[in-house]
Ligand binder design. Structure first.
Ligand code: ADP
Ligand code: ADP
Ligand code: MG
Length: 675
């Protein structure tokens, strides 16, 4: 075994590799870019070497510098992770030339599988079934058009050098082919530096089922069963599970053997994945599934943990052993398949906006209790910590949540509970969306195919699983707790009442904005010490009950209101309150929180009207220098007064309305220049 390895990657996969190396007593060297000087993967390794600027081309793709770092630190081998240099044959050769072991397949195998068209030609010779299509070298547009017409529509045009779901176009009719070809070629040359394409029959309702293979240098090759990665957006995986629901043992064996044949045809060594596209006649007829080779990924894959869960094998350990020259630790008949595992990719993206990637800082980053890089019922693989930024330089995956249970049903329930306990504030993520997918009938009943997300769209987008009454109840309770904490009182003590409010005031109104609508919470402090809450619109009314849950619990509060009860955690970010609960998560804005709470004001505050209403008065005049939190204007709306406060120290540049003016929601009331 190696004494020291260098990990030529970042984020969760670098941390993942480091965890196994540590367990095996292998020392690790991290490399990092300017953007990652404080990153978790740097701390996870024994040594770290700076290799350049934040853009991948200036650091993680600078292979000469990476090889130099390995030599300088005395590392014997380089683990490339996935992405970056992991499928770069030139890099694999350069490692060998420098006397370093590349922890991956031989350069020739990477090359053979690197281009989709060429790999298909090879697989055809090896007798692996292919999707009907054209994968020839002749790229004459007229010939490609004739081939597409021959295959029959719809067809899929794919960039031969493509990857990561990019460079693909579905074409429905012959008349659209020429334009789609040109646009696919343009994207291919921009993204992959070469414009060769192949054409395939576009399989209807397909499943993506892939086989994990492993080979050593002693002629052994095994398959570690399959993963179903059919749930995709933009041709990229969202949820992955093992085993594939409905796959019969006979088909598992056939596909496994086909994958081994594919690997052996290119002299494969190490961990690899053979991806198949599976045509299904009907969801409940597994015997009518037809599989076709799609491509081989010559590296460890993002979704490898589900295979680790069901087989009990540490795939990174096997990678290190095989690279060090050892034989595979297990033979085919010794590989077990136990229980069911599902992985969810937690990404910084907005599902409501076509999954647009998001950037930001992980202001709050709370994971479900009891999880780590280890085999067990719950595993959380990540490469970030609270306070870290998700920058535009790297991909949008924040973490992977992996569950393992005896049955699929249990795994699903466990994953949903764990996602509910994953609380991220500071950037938009797909956590809530993932929960909706898990609960959709198609996913629950394992009616899987790559069109699951569009098919279930009505149950996945634009929903409010938390609901107005609980959102407002949670936000109201948090407001009270914060006020009591500021006064130094035990925040959960009922006896002190609301010290901050005159005793004559028994009704108090708090203005919120929920899902773009103004909402008023009216609180009454009752003689018996209890609280009564009414919420408008919606006419929800009743006692508001809450108590704190012990520190270290997954949830901060237990809430009861309007016939509903729920656990919840609320995180305040300026005027935004982020409410998480087992039902779902939502954000609610407290309109005048800035006037009350001095802390954690957001950058640039609401100097616009929070709702349609009347300007009562301005507390300042143009040119006045003001302090953060100082009242600037008073507004009246929905029979309530609102104070608009300064979001930071600064200067009032101009007043845009006069007292008595009626203003629309969102109207800018005054111009403010932060200091
Ligand atoms: P898989 O087939 O395992 O799902 P993909 O083919 O989607 O993986 O891509 C592999 C992974 O490599 C991506 O999910 C991404 O995390 C990583 N990756 C690829 N290119 C880059 C890059 N330029 N920067 C950062 N990460 C990258
Ligand atoms: P990448 O290199 O981007 O991973 P793949 O060839 O593996 O490209 O295809 C990615 C995804 O595109 C598949 O998982 C599947 O959802 C879809 N896809 C690929 N080929 C076909 C096909 N012939 N018919 C229907 N869908 C396909
Ligand atoms: Mg693929």
């Amino acid at each position: 075994m190696f004494k020291k390895i260098l990990i030529a990657n970042r984020g969760e996969i670098a941390c993942r590799v480091a965890a196994t190396a540590r367990r095996l007593g292998v020392q690790t060297v991290a490399v990092y870019s300017d953007a990652d000087a404080q990153a978790k993967h740097v701390a996870a390794c024994d040594e770290a070497i700076h290799i350049g600027g934040p853009a991948p081309k200036d650091s993680y793709l600078q292979w000469a510098r990476i090889i130099e770092a390995a030599r300088a630190t005395g590392a014997q081998a380089i683990h490339p992770g996935y992405g970056f240099l992991s499928e770069n044959a030139e890099f694999a050769r350069a490692c060998a030339a420098a006397g370093l072991v590349f922890i991956g397949p031989p350069a020739a195998a990477i090359e053979a599988m690197g281009l989709k068209a060429e790999s298909k030609r090879l697989m055809e010779q090896a007798g692996v079934p292919l999707v009907p299509g054209y994968h020839g070298a002749d790229q004459d547009p007229a010939l490609l058009q004739r081939e597409a017409d021959r295959i029959g529509y719809p067809v899929l045009i794919k960039a031969s050098a493509g990857g990561g779901g990019k460079g693909m176009r579905v074409v429905e009719r012959s008349a659209d082919f020429a334009a789609a070809l040109a646009s696919c070629q343009r994207e291919a040359s921009n993204s992959f530096g070469e414009d060769a394409v192949l054409i395939e029959k576009y399989v209807q309702r397909p499943r993506h089922i892939e086989i994990q293979v492993f080979a050593d240098r002693h002629g052994h090759c095994v398959y570690l069963h399959e993963r179903d990665c059919s749930v995709q957006r933009r041709h990229q995986k969202v949820l992955e599970e093992a085993p594939a629901p409905g796959l019969t043992p006979a088909l598992r064996q056939q596909m496994g053997q086909a994958a081994v044949a594919a690997a052996q045809a290119v002299g494969y060594v190490g961990a690899g994945t053979v991806e198949f596209i599976v045509e299904q006649v009907a969801y409940d007829q597994p015997e009518a599934m037809i599989y076709f080779f799609m491509e081989m990924n010559t590296r460890l894959q993002v979704e490898h943990p589900v295979t680790e869960a069901i087989t009990g094998v540490d795939l990174v350990e096997w990678q290190l052993r095989v690279a060090a020259g050892e034989a595979l630790p297990l033979q085919q008949h010794e590989l077990r398949l136990q229980g069911h595992a599902i992985e969810a990719r937690i990404c910084a993206e907005n599902p409501e906006q076509q999954f647009l990637p998001a950037t930001g800082t992980l202001l709050r980053y709370r994971k479900p209790p009891h999880c780590a890089f280890e085999r067990g019922p719950l595993r959380f693989d990540d490469g970030v910590r609270e306070g870290d930024a998700i920058s535009p330089f790297y991909d949008s995956m924040v973490a992977k949540l992996i569950v393992h249970a005896d049955t699929r049903e249990q795994a699903l329930a466990r994953l949903d509970a764990a996602l509910a306990q994953t609380h991220i504030v500071g950037l938009t993520t797909n956590v809530q969306f993932l929960r909706q997918v898990l609960r959709s009938p198609s996913f629950e009943q394992a009616r899987l195919d790559t069109a699951l997300i569009p098919r279930e769209a009505a149950l996945l987008f634009g929903l409010d699983p938390l609901g107005l009454p609980l959102a407002v109840a949670a936000a109201t309770v948090q407001t009270l707790l914060d006020e009591r904490a500021q006064e130094g009182a035990d925040p959960f003590s009922r006896r002190d009442g609301w010290r901050s409010h005159p005793s004559s005031e028994t009704v108090r109104h708090i203005a919120f904005e929920y899902q773009g609508q103004p909402v008023t919470a009216s609180l009454t402090y009752q003689r018996d010490g209890g609280l009564h809450l009414s919420v408008e619109p919606g006419a929800y009314a009743g006692p508001l009950r809450f108590h704190a849950l012990p520190a270290g619990s997954a949830w901060a509060l237990e809430l009861g209101f309007a016939g509903l009860s729920s656990r919840a955690s609320v995180y305040v970010q300026g005027e935004q309150m982020h409410v998480f609960s087992p039902r779902g998560a939502a954000q609610i804005v407290e309109i005048d929180r800035l006037a009350h709470a001095g802390d954690s004001a957001p950058e640039g505050g609401r100097l616009s009207a929070p709702m349609p209403g009347k300007v009562l008065s301005f507390c300042v005049s143009a040119g006045e220098v003001v302090k953060k939190g100082q009242p600037l204007a008073l507004m009246e709306a929905m029979k309530m007064e609102h104070t608009i406060a300064a979001p930071s120290d600064g200067t009032v540049a101009e007043l845009l309305y006069a007292p008595g003016d009626q203003v629309a929601e969102g109207a800018e009331l005054l111009r403010f220049t932060p200091a």
